[in-house]
Design a protein around this ligand. Structure first.
Ligand SMILES: [Fe+2]
Length: 459
């Protein structure tokens, strides 16, 4: 019996651990130099059995020539390449090798050996692809790139627009020349693009033959150039440098989970040298909303209060995807952070306030680059079913739904009436003006809106 339970237990444990990890991918940089170091790194990578490999540039030392490319790349990694026409085996039946271009790849004939050797998406120099919940963006950081390499270039505009359109949980950007590095080559300021602002979650690069992890404003920049060519020394650590390693060759493995990506850097022995995790970026909603009784049209100032927003799918039954609460300021602005929402995915905003009618946005709205702005107050058409009331120059949500059942009716009126009768004071749902007293002003708002049969209007 004990044996039977033991088997059951081990079966269920292995099932759980396999279910959690979606897939593994390997990350190698500055690797393309045939020899024992590249061999050792490629054996480490293959021991992980990754679904695919990404490279951080310098795929073919020394000069990016046709005559060296297959012995520098295919000899070690042909099992991942499709179509593969080199001399080391049959290649794969689907491409699982996604390189980026380094300076050494550009040294001969405008990178023609590289561009002929690989068959990649888009223009092949910079491109993107999606695997599971990760959208990968591959840049060409070499100054020979015809579409430019600074943050205003055609290439950068492509990245900005592509990141804004990505609906994946994670967006990883990788290329060769690191924006920040404590290694011998150092920083490449022209590659310091606003990656985080545009919606990326991490940047991976190579060029310096070191391993380094730099965290700036919570955003990870990795240098991983120990793939087999040579090893560089470090200079004075740059700002934000938290891990530096340069004593042996190695590679990274990325473990993609449903709600995180875990990166590990191993050297060839194999020894774990770094380990870090990224989580989905919080999505920020900058909302403007005014509960009618709380807003004073004369002064233009609103009493502050808690606002709760539910993000709902735009198709029936309009399932709730996420919710968040925030505290409005005197202009009715409130910022809310969501953890489950995705970019470029439309949601209805269903707004709740302690004694107002639940009010929905007119249509689905999307986060872009982890941000969304939405104002209910600028037009009645901002609310689904035009369900707001004009007060001064601002559209406000109806007050009076004390019991939050979606309607303003006798039961709400009677609650307010009772509290007026006892001169109730404090933070009460019957206080429709937010002045901490339940009085005749509150009763009047509820009475008017009850007369209008105000209530929730939703799809
Ligand atoms: Fe390089």
């Amino acid at each position: 019996m004990k044996i039977f339970i033991g088997i059951l237990l081990s079966v269920s444990i292995s099932f759980i651990s396999k279910a959690q990890i979606a897939y593994k991918f390997a990350i190698i940089g500055d690797y393309g130099k045939a020899g024992i170091n590249e061999l050792n790194v490629s054996n480490l990578v293959k021991s992980w059995n990754p679904e695919f490999i990404i490279t951080l540039g310098d795929n073919n030392y020394e000069l990016g020539e046709q005559s060296t490319i297959d012995s520098n790349i295919g000899k070690y990694y042909s099992d991942f390449i499709y179509p593969y026409t080199g001399g080391f085996g049959a290649g794969d039946s689907v491409n699982r090798f996604f390189p980026s271009m380094g300076n050494h790849d550009w040294y001969t004939d405008a990178a023609s050996a590289y561009l002929n050797y690989f068959q990649l998406p888009g223009n092949e120099r910079y491109y993107d692809f999606v695997k599971g919940n990760i959208h990968f963006f591959v840049l060409d950081s070499d100054p020979n790139e015809p579409h430019g390499v600074d943050s205003n270039s055609v290439q950068a505009l492509w990245l900005k627009n592509s990141l804004a359109a990505s609906s994946q949980k994670f967006n990883l950007v990788y290329f060769h020349h690191p924006p920040f590095s404590s290694g011998a080559h150092g920083n490449n300021p022209y590659m310091n693009w606003p990656f985080s602002k545009w919606g990326a979650d991490a940047v991976l690069a190579g060029h310096d033959h070191t391993y380094e992890r730099i965290i700036l404003n919570g955003f990870p920049y990795v240098v991983n150039g120990l793939g087999g060519k040579s090893i560089y020394s470090f200079n004075t650590p740059v700002t934000g440098s938290v891990v530096r390693y340069n004593n042996n060759y190695g590679a990274m493995i990325g473990n993609a989970y449903n709600d995180s990506v875990v990166f590990k850097f191993y050297t060839v022995t194999p020894t774990l040298r770094d380990n870090f995790k990224i989580l989905p970026a919080k999505k920020k909603l900058f909302l403007t909303i005014l509960p009618e009784g709380f807003y004073n049209a004369g002064s233009g100032i609103s009493v502050t209060d808690t606002i709760k927003v539910f993000l709902r799918k735009t198709v029936s039954p309009y399932e709730v995807i996420d919710s968040a609460s925030g505290y409005s300021n005197s202009a009715g602005n409130v910022s809310l952070e969501f953890v489950n929402a995705l970019n470029s995915t439309a949601y209805y905003l269903a707004v709740k306030h302690r004694n107002s009618v639940e009010t929905w946005s007119a249509s689905g709205n999307s986060f872009s680059g982890n941000k969304m702005n939405y104002s209910f107050t600028v037009s009645v058409t901002q609310a689904y079913g035009n369900n707001m009331k004009l007060k001064g120059a601002k559209f406000c949500i109806y007050g009076g739904d004390i019991n939050q059942d979606g309607f303003i009716d006798d039961s709400d009126l009677s609650s307010v009436d009772n509290d007026v009768f006892i001169s109730a004071a404090g933070y009460l749902n019957t206080d429709l003006t937010g002045d901490n007293f339940t009085d005749i002003d509150d009763l009047s708002i509820a009475d008017n809106n009850s007369f209008l049969s105000a209530g929730i209007i939703r799809p």
